[in-house]
Design a protein around this ligand. Structure first.
Ligand code: FMN
Length: 172
């Protein structure tokens, strides 16, 4: 189920002590959300569990970021990412997510975890600006080539900075 709500300009701000946690199965369906996750999402727990995690997707997020996320975690690599999410009523909230695979005893990936913390105002400004450029590149490229276009742009920007993705993310 996708959140079809129109986004609004109302922001929900995470406190520094807030931690938003969710877990999914291997297909990205929600299997758990902590109280903060439920609070920020605006949905009832029963409306979240079993749904695709894109239920909190904000249309301002470049698709390339999610492709990058899935490419990494499905290969067993953790990933840090700034994400703008949308609540049920259209409000938005920024998070810094650390997404990690969850393994069973035999070493098989059985799902994923995301632990999210608050983002500083200056980091939001930097990332919002980056994502706007990525989104624009996606619009110009069209749906089929959108992810390639925005990820190429991201690679180019990182090269100019002389930083890896993770160095950049942890530096903003
Ligand atoms: C553990 C985990 C946490 C995720 N958290 C979010 C999130 O907070 N917001 C979001 O939009 N997508 C999140 N995703 C990515 C979604 O599964 C999905 O790829 C994304 O919302 C794009 O969906 P779409 O391609 O259907 O538009 C998460 C995925 C995993 C595995």
């Amino acid at each position: 189920m996708k959140n079809k709500t129109q986004p609004t300009s109302k922001e929900l701000v995470m406190q520094e002590t807030d931690i938003i946690v969710s877990k999914t199965d291997t297909k990205g369906r929600l299997t758990y959300g902590n109280e903060k996750f439920i609070e920020f999402s605006g949905f009832a727990e029963a409306d979240l569990l079993g749904q695709q995690h894109n239920i909190v997707r904000h249309p301002d997020m470049p698709r390339g970021i999610f492709k990058f996320l899935w490419d990494n975690i499905s290969q067993g690599k953790e990933l840090f990412a700034y994400v703008k999410n949308m609540s049920k009523d259209g409000s938005f909230y920024w998070v810094m997510a650390n997404v990690t695979p969850d393994y069973d005893a035999s070493g098989k990936i059985v799902g994923y975890f995301s632990v999210r913390r608050a983002v500083s105002r200056s980091a939001i400004q930097t990332i919002d600006n980056l994502y706007r450029q990525m989104l624009e590149a996606e619009k110009q490229a069209g749906a089929r080539d959108a992810c390639d276009a925005s990820l190429n742009l991201l690679t180019q920007i990182l090269q100019e900075k002389g930083m890896t993705y993770e160095q950049f993310i942890l530096s903003v």
